[in-house]
Design a protein around this ligand. Structure first.
Ligand SMILES: NC(=O)c1ccc[n+]([C@@H]2O[C@H](COP(=O)([O-])OP(=O)(O)OC[C@H]3O[C@@H](n4cnc5c(N)ncnc54)[C@H](OP(=O)(O)O)[C@@H]3O)[C@@H](O)[C@H]2O)c1
Length: 191
């Protein structure tokens, strides 16, 4: 499905960003992940199942396929992109959001997942309502970084610290955040 128009009003369920980020802010390397953490892949699957996923063209190419049980809204300025089953195409951020909201309604999904990469996170960070962050206890070399976040705008509502399990390169923490009310000005250190 190709989108037809830009600038559609934002509507639909909340936007939830899902990211795994290293201590040095790295999220990617050579269009892939610079770590292998099976536990995080399982968490990504559980968090995203049954929901529409917005992702940039490079992230889609790094995954290389539609993810079962989800619908991908791929953002690319290339109008020639050919959609496939489970993969929709939008040429702008706003048309991608409108398309994701429509798909969420059909899927009865309670949130729209912002799945990256860096360009898409940067474009949507101000509009995201929730963040599911995996903090990786490592500082690998990489070429793509999570955009800078003002953590005082975010309230940590859940945290799980984990030692590496079988198939995990490093220790990690799963931390859920919700955006603070705009009137709340408490400061919070980088988690
Ligand atoms: N650690 C994590 O949680 C995580 C999550 C996701 C991705 N990643 C990593 O992040 C890296 C990819 O991220 P990236 O920032 O390089 O690329 P990206 O955000 O995945 O994709 C960038 C592409 O998206 C399209 N795009 C971006 N902004 C747009 C806009 N405003 N309107 C229309 N199209 C737009 C463009 O596609 P066209 O060039 O086709 O126009 C652009 O080249 C990979 O290494 C991946 O493994 C990590």
């Amino acid at each position: 499905m190709n989108d037809k128009k830009d600038g559609a009003a934002e509507k639909g369920p909340p936007l939830a960003l899902v990211v795994a980020v290293a201590e040095n802010g790295v999220i990617g390397k050579e269009n892939g992940l610079p770590w292998h953490i099976s536990s995080d892949l399982k968490r990504f699957r559980a968090l995203t199942m049954g929901k529409p996923l917005l992702m940039g063209r490079k992230t889609f190419e790094s995954i290389g396929r539609a993810l079962p049980g989800r619908e991908t809204i791929l953002i690319s300025r290339d109008p020639a992109f050919v959609p496939s089953p489970g993969v929709h195409h939008a040429v702008t951020i706003d048309s991608a959001l409108a398309l994701a909201a429509a798909r969420a309604e059909v899927m009865k999904a309670d949130e729209i997942i912002i799945a990256g990469g860096s360009e898409i996170f940067a474009a949507l960070l101000d509009r995201v309502n929730r963040m599911y962050v995996t903090f990786i206890a490592a500082a690998p070399k990489g070429d793509v970084f999570f955009p800078s976040v003002d953590w005082s705008n975010w309230e940590e509502i859940h945290r799980e610290d984990h030692l590496p399990q079988k198939g995990d390169d490093a220790a990690f923490s799963f931390v859920d955040f919700v955006r603070r009310d705009a009137s709340h000005h408490a400061t919070q250190a980088m988690p």
